[in-house]
Ligand binder design. Structure first.
Ligand code: CO
Length: 134
């Protein structure tokens, strides 16, 4: 059902420092910061030949990555995103398999303007999983 790895998201306490690490130390192509107030994060895209890394910094009060950074003050891997062809079919299949879909279970428009859903980490090897319709 799942297709390509769309991105790995890493929550960071300092986006400028993280961008510099990826740009200068690792020699990657790094975008300018993009504030996404409706998602409570500012994001930077790291373009790799075969996938993307997204660096996420909290934006505003009640950011969805705020608690994660309290537990992981140096930052850490926040989620992985897999591509699916049909997000409703994927959701229904996942629910049928007993997986928990977060929120109200309805796909939302994600950081790339495409429909996404998040799946409970306890059902996926301790990793928060995002699925994105491509
Ligand atoms: Co994501």
């Amino acid at each position: 059902m799942i297709g390509r790895l769309n991105h790995v998201a890493i929550a960071v306490p300092d986006l400028a420092a993280a961008s510099s690490t990826y740009r200068n130390t690792l020699g990657a192509k790094v975008s300018d910061p993009l504030p996404l107030p409706e998602h409570g994060v500012t994001v930077v895209f790291v373009e790799l030949p075969n996938t993307k890394i997204e660096l996420l910094e909290p934006l505003g009060e009640g950011s969805p990555i705020g608690k994660f950074l309290e537990k992981n003050p140096d930052g850490g891997m926040h989620h992985v995103c897999y591509e699916v062809d049909d997000i409703i079919a994927a959701r229904d299949k996942l629910k049928q398999e007993g997986a928990r879909v977060l929120g109200d279970g309805e796909p939302k428009t994600g950081a790339h303007g495409k429909l996404v859903l998040f799946l409970h980490p306890k059902d996926f090897c301790g990793t928060l999983v995002e699925i994105e319709q491509v």
